[in-house]
Ligand binder design. Structure first.
Ligand code: HEC
Length: 203
């Protein structure tokens, strides 16, 4: 009896330790900008009326509404003097999936805090990252992290808008699926191969 009780206590200790370590391994949702789930059974929150007031920033002569600031295909450019003329993909993107790079990385490439800074990156690294996002080799450890997933969709969309990519990184001229397939010296990564098959570049 005593033995059996002892075994039960030990099993409970192990069970709760396993539960605790599973919870401890769960990444904190706030760190990945995952909105907390509403309490079970609560009614859907009413959408607030859109804020149409004009916003200003110290040092900028412009004013924009919230909708203009976060326009995916033409976001606000607060400081047009602090960067060279933007190429079309940076300023306006390509409908429907290639959002304007300037929305998240800013027109000057320095990037919002929650996104990466891309100004001054070595060309080969820049192209490699876009290829890796597209080919499933670069993703967030937290699959619900929305902005990384959007970046992945954008990198995929750039395959269909190759000239736009070449406009910002001329060295990307050879970074086409056709060129990669023709000149592959080692077997394609399974993620690349799957992408190329799904999109008809490989039969
Ligand atoms: C919705 C916001 C968003 C938009 C729009 C966006 N990106 Fe990104 N981008 C990100 C995020 C977030 C990351 C970092 C992803 C990660 O590592 O989790 C990133 C990373 C990158 C990187 C890698 C940076 C590094 O240091 O490794 C490159 C290159 C890049 N983006 C290029 C582009 C280009 C080119 C465009 C426009 C065609 C674009 N991005 C549009 C959000 C965005």
């Amino acid at each position: 009896m005593r033995n059996r009780f002892g075994t039960l206590v030990i099993s409970l200790v192990f069970a709760s330790a396993a539960g605790m370590s599973a919870a401890a391994q769960e990444p904190p949702a706030w760190a990945y900008a995952i909105p907390p789930a509403p309490p079970a059974g609560s009614p859907a929150a009413a959408q607030p009326a859109p804020d149409t007031s004009l916003k200003r920033l110290p040092g900028s002569n412009f004013e924009f509404t919230r909708a203009q600031i976060s326009n995916r295909f033409g976001p606000a450019d607060w400081f047009p003097g602090d960067h060279p003329t933007m190429s079309d993909i940076v300023a306006r993107g390509k409908q429907p999936d290639a959002w304007a790079c300037g929305l998240c990385h800013y027109p000057n490439g320095k990037g919002r805090p929650e996104n990466a800074g891309v100004a001054g990156l070595p060309t080969s690294y820049f192209i490699q990252q876009l290829n890796d996002f597209r080919n499933g080799k670069r993703k967030s450890a937290e699959p619900r992290k929305a902005n990384t997933n959007i970046m992945i969709t954008i990198a995929k969309a750039l395959t269909e808008h190759h000239q736009s990519l070449v406009d910002i990184v001329p060295a990307a001229v050879q970074s086409t699926p056709e060129h990669t397939i023709r000149h592959a010296v080692i077997p394609l990564h399974p993620g690349v191969e799957q992408y190329f098959r799904e999109h008809g570049y490989l039969k």
